[in-house]
Design a protein around this ligand. Sequence first.
Ligand SMILES: Nc1nc2c(ncn2[C@@H]2O[C@H](COP(=O)(O)OP(=O)(O)OP(=O)(O)O)[C@@H](O)[C@H]2O)c(=O)[nH]1
Length: 297
Amino acid sequence: MTFTTDYKCGFVTIVGRPNVGKSTLTNALVGAKISIVSRKAQTTRHRINSVLTRENEQFVFVDTPGFQTRHGGLMNRMMNRVVTQSLTDVDVVLHVVEAGKWNAGDEQLLPLFPKDANVILVINKVDLLKNKTDLLPYIAQCAEKYPYAAVIPISAERHIQLDALLDEVAKYLPENEPMFEEDMITDRSMRFIAAELLREKIFRLVGDELPYGCAVMIEQWEENEQGARISACVLVERESHRPILLGANGMHMKRIASEARQDIKNLLDKPVFLDVYVKVRRGWTEREATLRELGHE
Ligand SMILES: Nc1nc2c(ncn2[C@@H]2O[C@H](COP(=O)(O)OP(=O)(O)OP(=O)(O)O)[C@@H](O)[C@H]2O)c(=O)[nH]1
């Protein structure tokens, strides 16, 4: 890639309480769900989620799992540790909140921000505000909570003000050569992305009914020019969760597998045979070994 001498490149992490729109924002910024995956091993200091390359800047988004405050289990403690790690040593932190709302979940993140961090407050879902004049007092109220470097109201879903947000972030990126090839969007392995796609489908269809959630492991992955044969296992906590996932006559599972297969097929651009089965593993959310196996650090 040709780049100017004053090219900027740096790490950006997106944090916020659950449901504020972090994933929607990442997807909207990077522009495609996940289209190109490099298998090149990376030795960066963070787990990279995605990369956005512009003419004068490259934004490297650092992954954070949702910051959980409601449940105290080992899984959440481990996830919160990763959040804290992912806030250290980054160039910009985007703290995402929901327009007009500020609660304990938003507040609890503030002490985790490193002292010298450039934290930008991103007020998402402004499209939901009935009265736009409510925004100014809300901004003033948030600005009292923390010395944010900037405040940008956006709508991730409607793609409102995303360029303004990127321009603001760019101000805080250090001068650096790009770290990644310009067509690269993520360095996550295909296996991981496939597992995430499957987990997303499950969450969408039966997420509300699965009290402990579930985990997905790709157990087998055979791929050649003609296609891919993938076998995935969904781990649930209790025997009683199995019928929730399967649904009447296995209809839920059929739909989950078929939607995930379609996404993986689009990703790999070749035919995919996907076999999904359910395994009950009691206490998986409490077992450190299982969590590591599933990619939590
Ligand atoms: N109206 C509106 N809805 C949005 C916007 N951005 C996200 N949403 C919705 O908010 C919900 C949560 O979005 P996510 O992107 O999954 O939120 P998240 O912060 O990644 O959630 P966790 O993974 O639980 O931490 C989804 O239903 C989105 O469609 C927005 O700008 N406007």
